[in-house]
Write a protein that binds this ligand. Structure first.
Ligand code: NAD
Length: 407
């Protein structure tokens, strides 16, 4: 499947861009290759994976076998459609499950194309079932409720996760949730500011800011706050927003009119909350149609403001200053989310000290978006339940059964 996805890369990338509005170079270079990578990674993992065994002094051996769960439901979001779908489907199939998967209603195309690729790869009919539909009262809820489904892996909003949890209670489904985030990006004065600014542009605005791992709360240590803000705002203004098919475009269109209006609503709210919009905040003058929004930098807000507390999921960041390490740790953790964080410092001791105190499933130090597929992936607090990635994903998609054998 991995090979076939790469063979169909152009077609899949175009479909992803037409559905989402993300730049075509991003679909081509990130979404589709990373989707293919999931099948290759899990194919390797299951062919090298062992099992655990515990001999006992009384003369017995315990060993663990993994079995498929049976039928697993996969419910997916619209922001990285094929990539996130594949991150679930690959370990799920590797463990021998049958699957009912639902793409988001906004982005049906790549899942439909994937169904053809599954056939081409020789996956028997009925093993993977692609079902289109909406969430509540429709295909999504049916998957969450169905008594024949033993587990559901869901990526999407935190509130949706709560609905799915209720619907899934009927037969106590096993659940894996990857939910929303409000990720802090902490910049200490001793970091390399040029590098920080470049990466912060990416971590704030890539994929129109519609990535759950994007940093949306930027905290900058006081001595470099003004300098950072000046450089960051200037670079933000240089970002090219426009036609996703144009190779020079850096920021494409948001997923829908409804979502654009929601994100704009947050910018207006920030203004009412006393925030200053340093750049962006509106639709670019060059775009007469389409759901485009300029990348937006907001200051003058604080932790009481909804713009700092709620997930916006668009090209919008707030920037605040901080005075001390203790203070920034406390502010970074003052959220019901706990998905990811990034932290910039050249002081190794501080890096260890702060990273271990941040309440996040994944913390980057002096980088962003670097992912090793062997490591656990998932969120703390209301950002998720359980972990995916490597053997952690294999754990979720299998039932482990201990066999105790007396000699
Ligand atoms: P969403 O929750 O609105 O929808 C996700 C999926 O759930 C869709 O397929 C939808 O049809 C379905 N759905 C909606 N209501 C349902 C219900 N009651 N029962 C069953 N299914 C239902 O999320 P979205 O708007 O598509 O995606 C954006 C959200 O996803 C953001 O909050 C973002 O942070 C989150 N996200 C998280 C991660 C992560 O790894 N933690 C990754 C990507 C996106």
């Amino acid at each position: 499947m991995g090979e076939l996805i790469l063979q169909h890369k152009e077609e899949l990338a175009m479909a992803e861009t037409l559905d989402t509005g993300k730049p075509l170079w991003l679909s081509t270079n990130v979404d589709i290759p990373r989707a293919a990578g999931s099948y290759q990674f899990f194919a390797n993992l299951i062919s090298t994976m062992g099992t655990e065994a515990y001999p006992m002094e009384v003369g017995a051996l315990n060993y663990v076998v993994r079995r498929p769960i049976g039928v697993v439901g996969l419910i997916n979001p619209w922001n990285l459609p094929l990539l996130l779908l594949s991150a679930k489907l690959a370990p799920c199939l590797a463990m021998g499950n049958a699957v009912v998967l639902k793409p988001a209603e906004w982005t049906p195309l790549t899942a439909t194309l994937l169904a053809g690729i599954l056939q081409e790869a020789g996956i028997p009919d009925g093993v993977v079932n692609v079902v289109h539909g909406f969430g509540p009262g429709s295909a999504g809820e049916a998957i969450a409720r169905h008594p024949g489904i033993g587990a559901v892996a869901f990526t999407g909003e935190t509130t949706t996760g709560k609905h799915i949890m209720q619907a899934a209670a009927g037969n106590l489904k096993k659940l894996s949730f990857e939910l929303g985030g409000k990720n802090p990006n902490i910049i200490f004065a001793d970091s390399n500011l040029e590098e920080v600014v470049d990466t912060t542009i990416r971590s704030s605005f890539i994929n129109q800011g519609e990535v759950c791992l994007c940093g949306s709360r930027v905290y900058v240590e006081k001595p470099v706050y003004e300098q950072f803000l000046e450089k960051f705002t200037a670079k933000t203004r240089e970002q090219r927003v426009g036609d996703p098919l144009e190779p020079k475009t850096q920021i494409g269109a948001l997923i829908s009119r409804q979502h654009l209006e929601r994100v704009e609503g947050y910018v207006q709210l920030a203004r009412r909350e006393g925030g200053a919009i340093l750049t962006g905040g509106g639709r670019p003058s060059s775009a007469t149609r389409g759901f485009f929004l300029e990348p937006t930098v907001i200051t003058g807000v604080n932790r009481e403001c909804r713009i700092v507390r709620e997930e916006v999921f668009g090209p919008v960041v707030t920037v605040e200053s901080f005075a001390s390490e203790e203070e920034v740790i406390e502010r970074a953790n003052d959220t019901h989310y706990g998905l990811s964080a990034s932290l910039w410092t050249n002081d190794a001791r501080r890096a260890f000290r702060v990273a271990e105190q941040i309440e996040a499933g994944l913390t980057w130090v002096n980088t962003w978006f670097l992912r090793d597929p062997r490591t656990p992936y998932g969120g703390m607090k209301e950002s998720g339940i359980g972990r995916q990635g490597g053997l952690f994903g294999i754990d979720f998609y299998s039932e482990q059964s201990t066999i105790c054998l007396k000699f």
